[in-house]
Design a protein around this ligand. Structure first.
Ligand code: SF4
Length: 390
């Protein structure tokens, strides 16, 4: 039998199609993958998925309902000034899309997110409903000890729910699986920085987000296939400015918005889904796995407007992103009604005015459906950058 010829373009299309299919479904994917006894939903920004994975619960990042969801129930339970991701996540809880979750975990990143746990507990009493109290200020001597205690508490809650002990060995195996995932995602982002014409922001986003709807093992295999195919991708570099995109740390911008930006710019770094890439280096696999995860949160982690670390000032980490990606400018976005995001957008734009970095301010909402005006704004911004750089 003749050997099948490896077609890298076809391979990439197949991987992206699988990612697209996974991402398009905001609810629970049908059927539990082998080895899992349930699904644990978690709200952004960061959640230690390894603990759920080791407990045999499929971790599922809840990233909102997208721009096709009809709101029928959530509006009766929250004010009209609450951001879209909180509303659509609540809607999915109430309309039955998430009724088969074993549990839901949120974080005190803002008042809106914190109160989701209460809404969940009242309306979905069969599910575990928890707030994982990650510290907003990690610059205290007891931070690692405190986080490790919170992780142990979560481990106990999941053990009680599943009736199964989470051993250190199972946790170390999960660390290994997720360390592989972290390494692969670092490769994806390195490619974006080195050869952005080979991988658009939208494609990279789909590749990353797919982990929210599948086991990490399957995601690792998809990323390996994608990176192998991308190594062969022939795409000529175009005359586009290099920009950094920020503001996608919690509520997610619609895909069409990313596509509109890709049309005019190379997005060489971003904070999209930053919680899924929160730990920036491998978590040590020997020793106490819970301590290792907690220590990594403090010592080897990214930055976002909802976590405060004196070692990473708002302006400092964004300037570092620009330098690291050799970017010409930034697109500063914020989700509508997102207080932490809007606060940082202001701080960033003020700083850029002082140091002379060009930037474009945009606001988005997951339920946006019209992008023409935004596309024109981005195009005009890109043209002005190219003119200034010429
Ligand atoms: S988008 Fe902003 S306001 Fe909404 S839950 Fe996230 S951090 Fe809170």
């Amino acid at each position: 039998m003749p050997e099948a010829v490896y077609d890298s373009q076809k391979e990439l299309e197949l991987v992206l199609e699988r990612c697209n299919e996974a991402v398009r479904e905001p609810g629970i994917p049908p059927g539990l993958p082998e080895g899992f006894s349930g699904t644990l939903g978690h709200f952004p920004v960061y959640f230690p998925e390894e603990i759920a994975h080791a407990a045999g619960l499929l971790p599922m990042a809840l990233l909102g309902g997208g721009n096709r969801m009809e709101m029928k129930h959530a509006d009766a339970r929250m004010g009209s000034f609450v951001c879209s991701i909180c509303r659509s996540t609540t809607e999915m809880g109430l309309n039955g899309s998430l009724k088969d979750l074993s549990g839901f975990v949120t974080h005190p990143i803002c008042d809106a997110a914190k109160h989701l746990a209460g809404i969940w507990a009242r309306n979905l009493p069969d599910q575990v409903s928890q707030i994982l109290y990650l510290p907003q200020n990690v610059n205290t001597p007891g931070a690692v000890r405190y986080i490790a205690a919170e992780y142990q508490r979560l481990r106990g809650v999941l053990e009680a729910k599943t009736g199964r002990k989470v051993s250190d060995e199972a946790l170390r195996a999960s660390l290994r699986t997720y360390n592989r995932n972290r390494a692969l995602l670092r490769e994806v982002y390195a490619l974006r920085r080195d050869a952005p014409w080979k991988l658009s922001c939208t494609e990279s986003y789909l590749l990353t987000r797919a982990r929210s709807r599948m086991p990490c093992e399957e995601h690792n295999a998809l990323l390996e296939r994608a990176l192998a195919a991308l190594a062969h991708r022939k795409a000529p570099a175009q005359d586009k400015p290099r920009v950094v995109f920020v503001g996608g740390f919690c509520e997610q911008p619609p895909l069409e918005m990313l596509e509109a930006i890709d049309e005019s710019c190379y997005v060489v770094d971003d904070d999209l889904l930053i919680g899924m890439r929160w730990l920036t280096a491998d978590v040590p696999e020997g020793g106490d796995p819970v301590w290792a995860l907690a220590e990594s949160y403090v010592e080897r982690s990214a930055a976002s407007p909802v976590q405060h670390d004196a070692r990473k000032s708002k302006e400092g980490y964004l300037m570092e992103m620009l330098r690291g990606a050799n970017a010409d400018a930034a697109i500063l976005t914020a989700a509508k009604f997102c207080e932490p995001g809007l606060d940082d957008q202001l701080a960033w734009s003020k700083h850029f005015d002082e140091v002379g970095v060009p930037y474009l301010v945009l606001e988005f909402e997951e339920k946006m459906t019209s992008f023409e005006q935004m596309a024109m704004q981005v195009e005009t911004f890109a043209e002005s950058l190219l003119f200034a750089l010429a």
